[in-house]
Ligand binder design. Structure first.
Ligand code: NAD
Ligand code: UD1
Length: 338
């Protein structure tokens, strides 16, 4: 039985960490990535962590001919599909690019798998499919009302794969809805390096701490939360990576479709993150509390109990560890892999 797993988007932030977790579990990750938001030098870092350099197939998931060749060349046990675009603002400005990449790319991949007889697939969905939730913690059967094209592209793929499973119940599919992935591998060798000004909180905090940016703008201090700042469910990227391996192993044992939240089940406010980061870095972070960011949800966090019951997985790493590992990566690699 093949132990090779095709990891689309495997050169990116969550994909690269999942390659580490796959290798630790005895799988052989093969990365399929067009490098539109990643750096080939991640391969050498993966070698330093795991002892072997993963194979990279440089290509686009919308390239059906290439996918057909990849699946014809060697057997794969499964596919983990991370490849996609994820910037909410860009998806509003250029929706067709998002639907093309995220939806058409996923359909092309599933078609190539179907033709090759590979029917185990783990897909990167997002808590963004819930939109503004009625309450937290959010269970998987909460209403789905994504508020932007990025979120709708994720929901469309979930629906397409659910329809596929209904038509062909032999498929083994896990749709994983991540909450807010942060942190880095504990070695400090791989991590997240957004291009340009970061939109997300943790990369921004890191850049303030390392002196690349003067201060953090906190988007809103008047939310109905304990300290007035936005609350999210931050989850360590290595916990997420291990969640993918658990989902893969579960899918391999039985046909079916699982839809699972991957989060800690705990909310943390922006100020909780700032304070935790200050504790682990020993640096004071300058910040201003400004207006709310348009489109932001005040507070939400996951109900991760289904993932625990189904996979035996839980996100065990603390907010301090998320900050400490982000900080180690940032200090060692202030310009990413440059
Ligand atoms: P990332 O941008 O670091 O990784 C995505 C990878 O996919 C990149 O290496 C990029 O080069 C590649 N890629 C993009 N389009 C491609 C295409 N058409 N063909 C081949 N490769 C392509 O992002 P990430 O944070 O690691 O996210 C991975 C997945 O998880 C994405 O699908 C994203 O939507 C989803 N997700 C991310 C978050 C988050 O906050 N990071 C939250 C929820 C869901
Ligand atoms: C964003 C995306 C969401 C994606 C998620 C994954 C939007 C609208 N949503 O959500 O689709 O799934 O990332 O990580 O972009 N904050 C500040 N100052 C900053 C940056 C953020 O105060 O400079 C606050 C935000 O207001 C929010 C919290 O920090 O309260 C987290 O923000 P962010 O990291 O951008 O994540 P989300 O808003 O949850």
């Amino acid at each position: 039985m093949s132990r090779r797993v095709l990891v689309t988007g495997g050169a990116g932030f969550i994909g690269s960490h999942t390659c580490v977790a796959l290798a630790a579990a005895g799988y052989t990750p093969v990365i399929f990535d067009n490098l539109c938001n990643s750096d080939i030098r991640v391969l050498e870092r993966l070698r330093q962590i795991t002892g072997s350099t993963p194979q990279l197939i440089e290509g686009d998931v919308r390239d059906e001919a290439l996918l057909a060749r990849v699946f014809a060349d060697e057997p794969f046990a499964a596919v983990i599909h991370f490849a996609g675009l994820k910037a909410v603002g860009d998806s509003v400005a250029d929706p067709l690019t998002y639907y093309d990449n995220n939806v058409r790319g996923s359909v092309a991949l599933a078609l190539a798998m179907q033709r090759a007889g590979v029917n185990t697939l783990v897909f990167s969905s997002s808590a963004t499919v819930y939109g503004q939730p009625d309450h937290s913690p959010i269970p998987e059967d909460a209403p789905l009302r994504p508020a932007n094209p990025y979120g709708r592209s994720k929901l469309m793929v979930e629906q397409a794969l659910s329809d596929l499973h209904r038509a062909q119940p032999g498929w083994r599919i896990a749709l994983l809805r991540y909450f807010n992935p942060v942190g880095a591998h504990e070695s400090g060798l791989i991590g997240e390096h957004p291009q340009g000004k970061p939109n997300n909180l943790m990369p921004f905090v890191c850049q303030v701490a390392v002196g690349q940016r003067e201060k953090l703008q906190i988007h809103g201090g008047d939310y109905p939360t304990p300290d007035g700042t936005g609350v999210r469910d931050y989850v360590h990227v290595m916990d997420l990576a291990e969640g993918h391996v658990a989902a893969l192993m579960h899918a391999r044992t039985r046909a079916g479709l699982s839809i699972l939240n991957l989060g800690t089940g705990q909310g943390a406010s922006v100020l909780d993150v700032v304070r935790a980061f200050e504790r682990v870095s020993g640096r004071a972070l300058r910040f201003d509390i400004g207006p709310r960011r348009p489109g932001d949800v005040p507070a939400y966090w996951s109900d991760p109990s289904l993932a625990k019951a189904t996979l035996g997985w839980r996100a065990g790493r603390s907010l301090e560890q998320m900050c400490a590992d982000s900080w180690r990566w940032q200090q060692g690699n202030p310009r990413g892999y440059d």
